[in-house]
Design a protein around this ligand. Structure first.
Ligand code: FMN
Length: 168
């Protein structure tokens, strides 16, 4: 029996990634194929289907911001993950206010408790996605104690409850 990879490797952190095109037009999309890859310096990776408007933007302006939403932002996550910036202003549709970044061109999403400004250092096709590796140039941690949204597959999510530790 074969099962979708998203139903095997779960739950995964849900993030809103902001990008912009050469013309400066901003976009925001939802991603859950994302992982940290280095502590120092900080590097993160995510995977994007090449038909996404986000991918077109990354090829034009190789910078992005990882905005981490809290559990109250499920609607925004769904809107940004089901519409394309090609024909929709998702900031308007999802009522997302933005603020300027410090080191990169793409904007930050104001109400996201964590925002990581990144520069693309590597991009390569793997199967039906492209792996994007970014170096974190600036981090904004506005709040640490929030509940992130986690993804299963499609429109099914988890919200983290308790923080637990092992031993000690
Ligand atoms: C919860 C969730 C997670 C998603 N994760 C990814 C992902 O990791 N990679 C990807 O390419 N698309 C992912 N998508 C789909 C894109 O967000 C969706 O196709 C979006 O419309 C792309 O917008 P764009 O064309 O403006 O970039 C996800 C969608 C949802 C709802």
């Amino acid at each position: 029996m074969s099962e979708k990879i998203s139903k095997i490797l779960f739950p995964r952190l849900v993030v809103l990634i902001t990008t912009c095109g050469m013309d400066g037009k901003a976009n925001v999309s939802t991603f859950s194929f994302i992982m940290p890859i280095s502590f120092q310096p900080k590097y993160v990776a995510f995977a994007v289907v090449p038909t996404r408007y986000t991918f077109k933007n990354l090829k034009e302006v190789p910078e992005f911001v990882i905005n981490i939403p809290n559990e109250k932002m499920l609607k925004e996550v769904w809107v940004c993950g089901t519409r394309s910036g090609r024909d929709t202003d998702k900031f308007k549709l999802a009522e997302l206010k933005t603020e300027a970044s410090v080191k990169v061109k793409p904007l930050r999403i104001e109400k996201c408790p964590i925002q990581l400004e990144c520069k693309v250092e590597f991009m390569r096709e793997f199967g039906d996605h492209y792996l994007i590796v970014g170096k974190v140039l600036e981090e904004h941690v506005k709040e640490k104690e929030f509940k992130p949204i986690l993804h299963y597959s499609g429109n099914e999510f988890y919200v983290v409850g308790e923080k637990v530790s092992y031993g000690g």
